[in-house]
Design a protein around this ligand. Structure first.
Ligand SMILES: Cc1ncc(COP(=O)(O)O)c(C=O)c1O
Length: 502
């Protein structure tokens, strides 16, 4: 999550004049790879690849050349992040210890469209455009008159939407000569995406993987290691945050909030190290809009318009990626889909959280962001959707939820896996545990259409495959999966620690 302003650890930087780092020899070396002649060859190869990939995919459209920034079209702008010490709006230089300049600019941008660098489009072309598929066999199984479409991001190297932002984030860091990047990972999808992207640019990568996921998903860890990253379970005894948590609970399952604190602590204390976040922040949501931009064209090409758009929300990036470009069209009055976020009942930040300024991490090192939160020290039960175990929601999504642009529901994991099995046995794909929430909500909607006779068009964000999540399917198939209920008492305790900001 967010940024620098890291009170304790970051004061190492912020106590000095915040300065942008000089280009290092590493950056110069990297830029050398794109010297004018080489760049021409590189672009020739890039154009050929894009054309080839367009021809090979009959459902395909051009890869978008711009990301879409929803902030530009909002009459009421989202509240700014606040410095955790001064409670004043964060200044761009406050973010410098953690992020490269270009990402800091994107974070605060009000431009409607932002150009995607050619080299990033080139790498996108390894898996983009991603397919838009009609789930005809699932429709038949459910006996619904609804038409269900899913936009499938599991074709990326890491198996989800996460590389859509990992690649540009690492690219901008490489441009600035950064040598090492640290991050957290919940489901392992973000960590592996960042490891993949760092491998492409010869940047060292270190990942704090939430303990519950580290234990449940050994192959995600191996994937990250294969791409060259170093992986630590979180909480770890490498950081002050990790040691403090372990002192209180040696068997802590960890949480995204804790893992973020650990990675931010390391980035803030090391001059040559930056931090990347896989969700929540504006620039992450921005990069994911390639999904929705492509999907608008794909739906136009088949003459369909969505009536309902559904996506799961952890920090909100895959949901925003699909929904935001459609919201732009809705604001223009061209279409009128319902936009529905789906979260786990064990971690329901939108449906049960408060809308307040809170920290993005457990240790309170990040700026305060106005968002729906269950409290920064809320540790969700270890459900199988590790990527949805986050106490807060993207400030931009929280803002439009408050404005009434979208709705949200919470669904328990057994219903989600029931939908995932129906999906796998009809459509073939085995979904990651996170999008099973979107599937369950789509099944509910399709069954509602069966009752009413409506032939709605349901568009669903299928943000990843579950090939490394089969132990969760084993639990479901053996009948040993349980619905981990949300405890209001526990949430009250963590909500009491949400800082009071006027
Ligand atoms: C496959 C998958 N889907 C969804 C998520 C949730 O993140 P977001 O809400 O940012 O898309 C994750 C997070 O790790 C994930 O791995």
């Amino acid at each position: 999550m967010a940024a620098s302003l890291v009170p304790a650890a970051a004061s190492i930087h912020t106590s000095q004049q915040p300065q942008l780092k000089q280009k290092s020899s590493g950056e110069q070396q990297w830029m050398g790879r794109f010297s004018p002649n080489k760049k021409l060859n590189h672009l020739k190869y890039f154009k050929a690849r894009v054309t080839m990939s367009s021809m090979n995919n009959s459902r395909s459209v051009e890869i978008p050349r711009q990301w879409y920034n929803l902030v530009a079209d909002l009459q009421i702008k989202p509240p700014p992040p606040l410095h955790p010490k001064t409670l004043q709006p964060v200044q761009p230089q406050d973010f410098s210890p953690l992020f490269p300049d270009e990402l800091i600019k994107q974070e605060a941008s009000t431009e409607r469209f932002i150009e995607i660098p050619d080299e990033v489009v080139d790498i996108y072309s390894l898996w983009r455009p991603t397919p838009l598929i009609r789930a005809k066999r699932l429709e038949k199984l459910l006996g619904t008159p609804a038409r269900i479409y899913y936009k499938y991001e599991g074709v990326s190297p890491a198996g989800s939407h996460k590389p859509n932002t990992a690649v540009p984030q690492v690219w901008y860091n490489a441009q600035q000569g950064v040598k090492k990047i640290v991050t957290e990972t919940g489901a392992g999808q973000w960590g592996s995406s960042l490891a993949f992207a760092c491998g492409l640019f010869d940047i060292d990568c270190e990942v704090w993987q939430v303990r519950a996921s580290y234990d449940q998903k050994p192959y995600r860890k191996l994937m990250m290691q294969t791409w060259g990253a170093k992986v630590h379970p979180s909480p770890s005894n490498i950081t002050n945050t990790g040691r403090n948590i372990l002192a209180m609970d040696p068997l802590s399952p960890g949480s995204l909030g804790i893992a973020i604190s650990e990675a931010v602590e390391i980035a803030a204390a090391n001059e040559d190290t930056k931090y990347c976040l896989g969700s929540v922040l504006n620039h992450v949501l921005l990069h994911q809009t390639v999904i929705g931009e492509e999907c608008i064209k794909q739906m136009e090409a088949i003459g369909e318009t969505p009536d309902v758009i559904i996506g799961c929300t952890g920090g909100g990036s895959n949901f925003a990626g699909l929904a935001f470009p459609f919201i732009r069209e809705k604001l223009k009055g061209k279409i009128n889909p319902l936009i529905r976020a789906v979260e786990p009942t064990a971690c329901p930040s939108l449906t049960k959280g408060v809308y307040a300024y809170d920290y993005g991490d457990t240790a309170g090192m990040t700026p305060l962001m106005k968002m729906h939160t269950l409290g920064h020290d809320f540790i969700p039960d270890p459900i199988h959707s590790g990527g949805l175990r986050y106490h807060g929601m993207a400030p931009l999504i929280s803002h439009i939820y408050e404005l009434g642009f979208m709705e949200a529901v919470a669904i328990p994991q057994i219903e989600c896996f029931k939908g995932a099995i129906q999906f796998a046995r009809t459509e073939g794909l085995i979904p990651a545990p996170e999008p099973t929430h979107a599937i369950a909500a789509a099944v509910r909607e399709a069954l509602h259409c069966k009752e009413t006779g409506e032939s709605k068009v349901i568009l669903l964000a299928m943000c990843g495959h579950g090939h490394f999540d089969l132990p969760a399917y084993e639990k479901y198939l053996q009948g040993t999966m349980v619905d981990l209920s949300f405890s209001d008492e526990r949430a009250q305790a963590s909500l009491a620690n949400v800082p009071l900001v006027a």
